[in-house]
Design a protein around this ligand. Structure first.
Ligand code: ATP
Ligand code: MG
Length: 329
């Protein structure tokens, strides 16, 4: 379909000249000799682009451009200005003109400006169509609610990370929904049919944490009348949330490191390791990196590198950081 161009100039001969040249280049051209006449023409039919003179009786080309843009922001307007009139050129751009060309008109320049403007309009319309056909964005994931832009970033991140096997560290202030995010990661992952197991590291006394996580054999220690399966194993093929990991005693670091590196656990008192197939998600409301920086002695480098390896995956989200445990003492 031929592009339809509206030419506006109070100089009739200019209108005729432009009409002739543009029609020869396969454009369909209408002409008007004032801005008011042109605004009426725009009410009656659509044009793909407007070329207008700057100085005309009645509203100027700049005023006309501004009014065109109010109702038809995607329709390009090209202004014709006197040679070297920089002030007018700046005014034209501020009024929303796509381009300005100097008089006397050089036709190759005008045609080039027109083609560029029409190309841009085409792109803008395509973007608008694509936006309209976009699948509505999800308004929630799991038990998380919220429709703000920030929450959509979180949802997007959850979806991307859920599809991976990577270890995750969730950090954020208390009450910001870290546990909900951990559950959502589990639900959206290929692990959702297996168990989600959580432990609050702050709530378990240090001396019990090891057997809680690793399990123990019968008779492993004085009170171990029966054997017990640890949380790593209970979460097999599922997800284990180590909540409040910043409160975990420092001595646990090397033990946890071994699990992450070897992907196997050995119950306390046992001598056989079993495969560890859970995905580990850790959560903390403390700024671990800052605390480690303040107290370098709290950092065991090899653990740091284990976490770093998980973050180096191509789809690693910003929420995953390399980390180690600060001392709690
Ligand atoms: N985006 C959200 N949508 C729905 N509920 C939320 C959201 N954010 C927080 N909550 C609610 O706020 C409360 C705290 O959430 P959650 O326990 O997951 O926070 P947390 O980050 O783990 O906090 P803490 O560091 O204190 O453990 C819960 O009742 C949770 O359901
Ligand atoms: Mg929590």
């Amino acid at each position: 379909m031929r592009a339809r161009i509206l030419v506006v100039d109070d100089d009739r001969s200019m209108c005729e000249l432009l009409s002739e040249r543009l029609s020869a280049n396969d454009f369909e051209v209408n002409t008007c000799q004032s801005a008011l006449e042109a605004l009426e023409a725009l009410e009656e039919q659509d044009f793909d682009a407007v070329i207008t003179d700057l100085n005309m009786d009645g509203p100027s080309g700049i005023e006309f451009c501004r009014r065109c843009k109010e109702n038809r922001p995607n329709m390009p307007v090209i202004l014709m200005t006197g040679f070297g009139d920089m002030g007018a050129a700046i005014g034209a751009i501020r009024a929303g003109a796509s381009d300005f060309i100097s008089k006397p008109i050089e036709f190759p320049i005008l045609e080039h400006a027109l083609e560029r403007a029409l190309g841009e309009r085409h792109l803008r319309e395509q973007v608008k169509r694509l936006k309209q056909s976009e699948v509505p964005r999800v308004e929630s994931i799991g038990a998380l609610i919220g429709t703000s832009r920030a929450m959509h970033v979180v949802y997007d991140l959850i979806r991307r990370v859920a599809a991976t096997e990577t270890t995750v560290l969730l950090s954020g202030e208390s009450g910001t929904g870290k546990e909900l995010v951990a559950r959502a990661l589990h639900e959206l992952s290929g692990r959702s049919s297996a168990r989600f197991v959580g432990i609050n590291c702050a709530a378990v006394p240090g001396e019990l944490l090891e057997s809680e996580l690793f399990g123990h054999t019968r008779g492993a220690f004085t009170d171990a009348k029966d054997g017990r399966v640890g949380l790593f194993e209970q979460a097999s093929n599922g997800t284990l949330l180590l909540d409040e990991i910043g409160e975990m005693p420092l001595e646990m670091q090397p033990k946890l490191l071994r699990v992450l590196q070897e992907r196997s656990v050995r119950p306390v008192g046992g001598n056989v390791s079993v495969p560890m197939t859970a995905r580990i998600i850790a959560a903390t409301n403390r700024d671990l990196e800052e605390e480690v920086e303040k107290r370098p002695s709290a950092k065991i480098c090899s653990i740091d590198s284990t976490w770093s390896r998980s973050t180096s995956r191509p789809c690693a989200p910003a929420a995953m950081t390399s980390c180690s445990w600060p001392t709690t003492s």
